[in-house]
Write a protein that binds this ligand. Structure first.
Ligand code: GLC
Length: 451
């Protein structure tokens, strides 16, 4: 993966590292976005003739989890409705846990419901949703030129067996947020290694400056896989090897998991860490109770929102550290816009997706909400880059993907995060957890994907 990521560097856009491609999980040639573009017209409901959505009207339901602590979804809906006065968008609130969100959508759409019309879905869903007819292939419904707006590699990430199943909406990158006021008080530089994070936390805690050192995502859910994957990649490991078999029961897996468990046993991370998703960890940090936080891009504006945060003006952000020093790995996260195959209003759904991935919406997303846009033009806009400190860090980040190109990914992911979580909680040894995860991945690879 690391070699592959390096090879991809050539195709990187100004803002995003091109290794994003790998994370979006296809086995085809990473720089070959054109392939996805060309196959985008290969079939689907609309045949080979794109649908004219310029006169679309009616009401559509958009299902989306709260993307940030602030009002991003409502802002976008309002602007869209101004632009398209004949279309109304009803927001269907989804759970902020990606697994719970996915389960409710697979149940509704799998059961034939025509609601929602459009949904925001994780970048790890295309294979599973495509293989189970839970997403309408956008290929054929939009003109080829539609796909040119996206940064390199992102369309490939939403492609399964030659058809594009979703339009990339934003890219998530993980960062290390830190309390610059506390580091200054203790005379400590910004940590560059994971050992620094551990040691600095202990110093700050001993001095009584802060309750906890480092908070992150340790609950038994997809988010824990993201965290684990970052340490694993940094230690030189992978969840699945190049032969497609489980590879995490390895020296690298042990290094990663032992470090994570050590954060809890040393008291640097709270014991309740094993129940933390993104919001819980963010809340501890914005309450002023942790020195360091691992979280996605949106945590920047949340930490600077006086209504939601007690640490406004006291926060710095940098790339996640590594074991040996220098910028470490971020799991590639992000969300795409999908269409329910049972929708009764395809033109309005397409108009919405077109606008949401266009210049205006993507600029709002980036400038006002610190999300990394998928629209190339917006990514490269210098006035966007100035708006949030995260944009300058992104090009330094190394990316690691999840093995989501397999339709059985939910079961593979569960095998990883449930066992890692058990080891973090101390109910099994780290060695046993990795061996259990490995066995469960083997059976998931032959199973039905945990639908
Ligand atoms: C973020 C990422 C998503 C990931 C999830 C895990 O929402 O964008 O890709 O699966 O976190 O909690």
């Amino acid at each position: 993966m690391k070699g592959k990521n390096k090879a991809m560097a050539a195709g990187v856009s100004a803002l995003l590292a091109c290794s994003v491609v790998a994370g979006c999980g296809t086995s085809s040639s990473p720089s070959n976005t054109a392939n996805a573009t060309n196959t985008a017209n290969a079939g689907a409901k609309g045949g080979s003739k794109p649908i004219d959505f310029s006169h679309a009207k009616g009401t559509i339901v958009w299902a989306a989890p709260p993307i940030t602590h602030t009002g991003l979804r409502k802002t976008l809906i309002q602007k869209f409705e101004q632009e398209y006065p004949n279309i109304k968008v009803k927001l269907q609130n989804q759970d902020s846990n990606t697994d719970t969100d996915r389960a409710s959508l697979t149940t509704a759409i799998g059961g034939g419901s025509n609601t929602p019309d459009v949904y925001l879905g994780d970048v790890v869903w295309p294979a599973q949703f495509a293989a189970n007819q839970l997403a309408e292939p956008l290929s054929g419904l939009v003109p080829n030129s539609f796909w040119n707006r996206f940064a390199d590699g992102l369309v490939q990430g939403a492609t399964y067996k030659g058809k594009v199943y979703a339009a990339p909406f934003f890219v998530d990158t993980a960062f290390l947020y830190y309390r610059k006021d506390l580091l200054k008080k203790a005379g400590l530089p910004v940590p560059k290694t994971w050992a620094d994070v551990q040691k600095d936390s202990e110093i700050l805690q001993k001095k009584g400056l802060v309750k906890y050192g480092f908070v992150w995502q340790g609950a038994s859910y997809e988010g824990l896989l993201c965290d684990f994957d970052e340490y694993l990649a940094d230690a030189g490991g992978q969840v699945l090897g190049s032969d497609g078999k489980p590879a995490l029961d390895s020296a690298a897996g042990k290094k990663a998991l032992n470090f994570m468990r050590g954060l809890i046993t040393s008291g640097v991370s709270p014991t309740s860490e094993v129940q933390f998703q993104e919001n819980e960890s963010l809340n501890v940090f914005t309450e002023g109770n942790a020195a360091f936080l691992r979280n996605w891009s949106y945590a920047w504006p949340s930490s600077q929102d006086p209504k939601a945060s007690k640490v406004v003006g006291k926060v710095g952000v940098t790339a996640l550290p590594s074991f040996s020093g220098g910028p470490g790995y971020s799991t590639i996260g992000g969300w795409d816009l999908y269409i329910n195959p049972h929708t009764k209003n395809l033109p309005a759904a397409l108009a919405f997706i077109d606008w949401m991935t266009g210049k205006e919406a993507q600029t709002i997303l980036a400038k006002d909400f610190s999300e990394i846009p998928t629209n190339k033009q917006v990514q490269n806009d210098p006035t966007v880059k100035q708006k949030s400190p995260i944009f300058a860090i992104v090009p330094k980040v190394k990316y690691v993907s999840r093995p989501s190109q397999n339709p059985n990914y939910p079961a593979i992911a569960k095998a990883v995060y449930s066992n890692v979580n058990a080891a973090l909680a101390g109910s099994v040894s780290t060695n046993q957890a990795l061996s259990n995860a490995s066995k469960q991945i083997e059976s998931a690879l032959g199973g039905n994907g945990g639908l």
